[in-house]
Design a protein around this ligand. Structure first.
Ligand SMILES: [Zn+2]
Length: 169
């Protein structure tokens, strides 16, 4: 598992099933204490559990979905206003993300290489179909390169409708 699925390292795999044209991986977090994002206090006291559904990169051309059970934990630090917090799996996916970090990087590369519409068509062949707008959001979510203040800002009209292009002078 660690060789084929390094991003699932540290999780417990409950099952890998074929569901229609998809591969479904059921997994849960290890149960180790997790740090409150507000104050850093470690906790393993469970408030509740819930499922996150994460799309992942394809396996042998088949779409992969990870059903991940995560915990909402109590923060027992009385000075911390949070009360409870959801544990995170930073190696696997960003907070609130519906796709794994690996898939997001792949979609971002497709979007940068092909743009919106051709990129969206390409994702069908990658068994990770997303819309043109979803692809373009991957680019917008990229951190700004630190190149100083742009002197010329324009829109590349040959790609109008895809995404604005900022020219750095
Ligand atoms: Zn806290």
């Amino acid at each position: 598992m660690a060789v084929l699925f390094p991003h699932l390292d540290g999780l417990r795999i409950d099952g890998v099933d074929s569901v229609g044209v998809r591969v479904r991986i059921d997994a849960k977090t290890s149960g180790e204490p997790a740090a409150c994002p507000g104050c850093g206090t470690l906790s393993r006291r469970v408030h509740s559990r819930y499922r996150r559904r994460l799309s992942d990169t394809a396996i042998t051309g088949r779409e992969v979905v990870i059903r991940l059970r995560v915990r909402r934990l109590f923060c027992d630090n009385s000075d911390c206003g949070r009360g409870t917090f959801a544990e995170q799996v930073p190696l696997l996916a960003a907070r609130y993300a519906r796709r794994t970090a690996i898939l997001q990087r792949l979609l971002c590369a497709v979007a940068l290489a092909l743009g919106g519409r051709p990129g969206a068509r390409m994702t069908r062949h990658l068994a990770a179909t997303v819309s043109r707008m979803t692809l373009l959001r991957q680019i917008r979510a990229l951190p700004d390169p630190d190149r100083g203040t742009p002197r010329v800002i324009g829109v590349d009209l040959s790609r109008a409708g895809d995404y604005p292009v900022v020219l750095h002078g």
